[in-house]
Ligand binder design. Structure first.
Ligand code: ADP
Ligand code: MG
Length: 374
């Protein structure tokens, strides 16, 4: 089922004397979610992710804008008539009911022509339970399950009616790290298997990047960028998006363009032909550095962190906007942890320029960063 959001806006009126100003939780959000895809809605806490999801589910009414499922305008439909499945962070299971009864619950409320026989209900509940691999636990109560198992029950309950759209709001946040990893793979598998159009809300960029067909990055109610995860990582439209994606995070420097060359402090690090003289923010991905004895970027070494697969070289540079610069290099690299300075060359595709005032990326088509010809 294709989902279309058309100029979706949600304002919450300001309350009380102190905060009289309206909160615009979602601001003019337009997007077409293709049938059968998994979309990751990503952004820091308070950016409007849950509000967006609740507008799609019908739990909230938009201040303006329309929502379509396929060809149907569902904007004025109550949640129960939209054909959605909802999963929240805190499972929201009925504690006094067994797993089976929890999963059956949505089916028991079906009315009229949708009514099912007892056998049909049990069959559907069994199918949903098998999909999330909890069919062995049907007689337990939520209190007798681990967090991961409870969340599976919640997912089975959301799936049992075969919703047109599945909405997940930070479903993994209550799980420990290993289980989070495992459950997100499960969600991806189930989504592929069922082909249900799914919107997955998270503040965790790695989570969103790893399972989404496309991600939507939000800030302060406003969509910043939509694209395939790799595309957004490789071509961020602004400094916010560049900073939000990637671990370790992108390194930010205050730089200057002078006569077609990019300077970080006094180091002329790249050629930037065609860019007019100006101050810029420069983002360099941790993997954008290469150790080079006579490299143009001269840093002061602070330490070396071994990460197994590679090494993180931690250093300082006068033009860095952060106390530490982190460069990821291969384990074969010989960095003397005692050494005073390290020098790098930069990989131009991993370096982004941003306008100093707007923090908008300086358009890549117009910029051909190159290694300095010396
Ligand atoms: P997220 O899920 O991304 O953390 P939310 O969608 O919950 O963010 O909230 C977005 C903004 O809207 C926040 O500033 C929040 O305080 C505000 N907000 C959310 N719900 C309400 C509400 N019912 N009344 C007033 N403000 C709200
Ligand atoms: Mg939220």
């Amino acid at each position: 089922m294709k989902v279309v959001l058309q100029n979706l806006t949600k304002k919450f009126p300001g309350r009380g004397r102190k905060n009289r100003e309206d909160v615009i939780a979602v601001n003019d959000f337009s997007f077409e979610i293709p049938d059968g895809k998994l979309i990751g809605l990503l952004g820091p806490s308070g950016c409007g992710k849950s509000t967006t999801l609740n507008l799609i589910s019908g739990l909230l009414k938009p201040t303006s804008g329309r929502i379509f499922f396929g060809g149907d305008d569902v904007t004025d439909l109550p949640p129960e008539n939209r054909g959605i499945g909802l999963v929240f962070q805190n499972y929201a299971l009925y504690p006094h009911l067994t797993v089976l009864q929890n999963i059956l619950f949505p089916l028991q409320n079906l009315k009229g022509k949708d009514r099912l026989s007892k056998e049909e209900m049990l069959e559907k509940a069994g199918e949903a339970a098998r999909l999330v691999q909890i069919d062995e636990l049907m007689d337990r109560r939520p209190g007798e399950l681990s967090g991961g198992q409870q969340q599976r029950v919640a997912i089975a309950r959301a799936l049992v009616k075969m919703p047109r759209v599945l909405l997940l709001d930070e479903p993994l946040s209550n799980l420990d790290a290993r289980l989070r990893l495992q459950t997100r793979e499960e969600i991806r598998r189930i989504q592929r298997q069922t082909g249900i159009t799914t919107i997955f809300v998270t503040h965790d960029q790695e989570e969103a990047m790893s399972i989404s067909d496309s991600i939507v990055v939000m800030k302060d109610g406003i969509v910043q960028q939509i694209g395939r995860p790799q595309e957004v990582y490789d071509e961020p439209v602004n400094l916010f998006v560049a900073r939000f994606l990637g671990t370790p995070p992108i390194n930010v420097f205050e730089g200057v363009i002078r006569e077609g060359r990019l300077y970080l402090g006094k180091d002329a690090v790249l050629d930037a032909p065609g860019v007019c003289d100006q101050e810029v923010y420069v983002g360099i991905r941790p993997e954008g550095f290469a150790l080079q004895e006579d490299g143009p970027l001269v840093c002061e070494l602070r330490g070396v962190e071994v990460m197994g697969r590679d090494i993180s070289v931690v250093c300082a540079h006068p033009a860095s906007a952060n106390p530490a610069v982190r460069a990821i290099v291969g384990t074969e690299s010989n960095v003397d942890p005692q050494g005073g300075t390290v020098r790098f060359s930069l990989k131009p595709r991993k370096v982004f320029l941003f306008h100093k005032n707007t923090q908008v990326r300086i358009i890549p088509e117009k910029v051909q960063l190159r290694n300095v010809n010396r």
